[in-house]
Each structure stands twice: as C-alpha cells, then as structure tokens.
Ligand binder design. Sequence first.
Ligand SMILES: [Cu+2]
Length: 327
Amino acid sequence: MWRLAPLIGVLAFILTGCGDPTLSALTPKGPVARDQMFLMILSLSVMIFVFVVVMAIYIYVLVRYRRRKGDNKIPKQVEGNHKLEILWTVIPIILLIIIAVPSITQTFDQARDMRKEKDAIHVNVIGHQFWWQFEYPDLGITTAQDLVIPTGKYVSFDVVSADTNHSFWIPVLGGKIDANRGIHNVFYLKSDEVGIFKGKCAELCGASHALMDFKVNSVSSAEFDAWVNKMKAPPAAVPASAAKGEQIFKDNCMSCHATGVNDKSFGPNLNGFASREMVAGILEHNDANLKRWINDPLAEKPGATMPKVGLNDDQLNEVIKYLDTLK
Ligand SMILES: [Cu+2]
C-alpha cells in the first residue's frame, strides 16, 4: 500500500490541473450555481459528519470491548434498547430534514418558468450535431456558438434539439438540462460576473460529442445593448477587397449559412461571425484556424455535417477575407 503513495501523490497533483475555473461547478459565477454548490457542500458535510461519528464509535467499540487474553466468558447478551433505537432513528431523520428543506425549496425555485418574465432575456437553444444555435425571439437575432448574455439579468432558456439528444451545460452558471428532439425543456440561469465562460454538451451524442463546445460571453448591460444593435444593424457594404470572397461564399456556402439578422439555416448563421471567440466552438479564432476549418471540417470535427467544399488555396484566402468582414 505505502509503495503506491508516490503514484497517488502524483495523480492528485495532476488532477489539480483539471480545474479550469471557467468550466467548473466549483467556481460559481451566478446565483443558481451558487445555490447548487451550497447543496453539494451541505450534503457532503452531513455525509462526512455521519462517517466520522460512526467510524469513531466503531473503532472505540472494537478496542474497548475486544476479547482479552484468558477471557473466555460469553459477554452479556443485549436485545433491544429503547433509548438507542429512538436515538438512531431520530438523528437520521433530523439530518435528512436538514438536507431536504433547502433541496426541495431550491428544486421548486429553479424550476420556475421564466418564459413570460418581462425582465428576463429569452433565448431559444437548439442543439445540433455538433454545434449550438441561439435565438433571441424578443430581439429578433439568431446566432451560434457564442451565447452573449447581460450580467445581472435572468436568462430564460427554452432548450430543444434538432437531431439526437444533447445536454446544455454551463458549469459556472448552473446544472445542465437535456436538449431533446420535440421536447422543450425550460430553465433559467443568471451570471453576475463579466467574463467568458465555457459551455459543453453533456450527453454523448455522436463522434464529436466531446467537441461540441460553446462560449458564454457575459457582458455589462451597456455592452449587451451595443451587441444587439450591432447584430441588428444592416450589413455594412462589403469592401472591394472582399468582393471576390463574397462571390465564392454565395456560390459555395450560402446554401447552408445564412448571414441575415434572424435567418435560420442548415448551418450556423454567420451574422457577427468575425466577433466570435472560436471557430466552430473549438479552434481559437484566427485566419489560420479558419482556413483549417473550411478546408477540411471533418478533420477537426469527425462526423460534422459541414462537408469539405474543395476550395483551392486562393479561394480559401478570399472567402476568409469576406468572413472577416462579418463583424
Ligand atoms: Cu451533443
């Protein structure tokens, strides 16, 4: 056993590196996640308390009443003890009540349907193999991969899937919710910190399930309004240097990618794409990675539904110049 200690030590050390603070339920950035973490800590404390007390009594009894040398008497046989029976029925009931009261209150509180709440931001989330579509029905905006939300406001989500089962999860803001086809699951979250958080699909959904990432951009109210206005503004005139790329886009990509403010398309709506944090949710956003993605999406995301279009190097560079104008 002791020979394993260094191994366990090294593993523990490596595992401490797994805590990405933007992807951890243990670093809550909003009230829902904080309440849920409180429940985790509460039930864990009760469990540790029970474990320690039971183990202490157990070890005490083992030592105190062990069979001693030369002692061959049968000990006194005890059957039933009212005091003890009541004690060990009542204590667990009290402990369970301590866990149950906040758990039940929170369960009902977090199940509140905020879809009609005027003060909340409403977002329809649609999970696709292997990307996320975000629609803001009140604002008339459709976007993908980057969820932009204002800090300090409740965000009401209506979550569904376009194909197989997914699960929508932003660990720092709260627990996950299933994204199933034909079933609208509703919940709400709130962020009270400005920052960029990571989101994940939490339901095995196919070859690139592990790559079904998205970003949550939690911004100030003023920044959120500016974002909405920018998204809704009529597209700026395409500069002459990107005209060739625009034509390539129209010929090869437009069948799957809308760029209009609220247009739905088979693939992600690319309105505002140039400002997105990532390419396809997984590659850092720069021209080199964009080129890698468009050149061979399946090499980056096995099973993705964007095909290799087969542009040559020159065409790739031109189309990227155009994509960079979609601010
Ligand atoms: Cu998924």
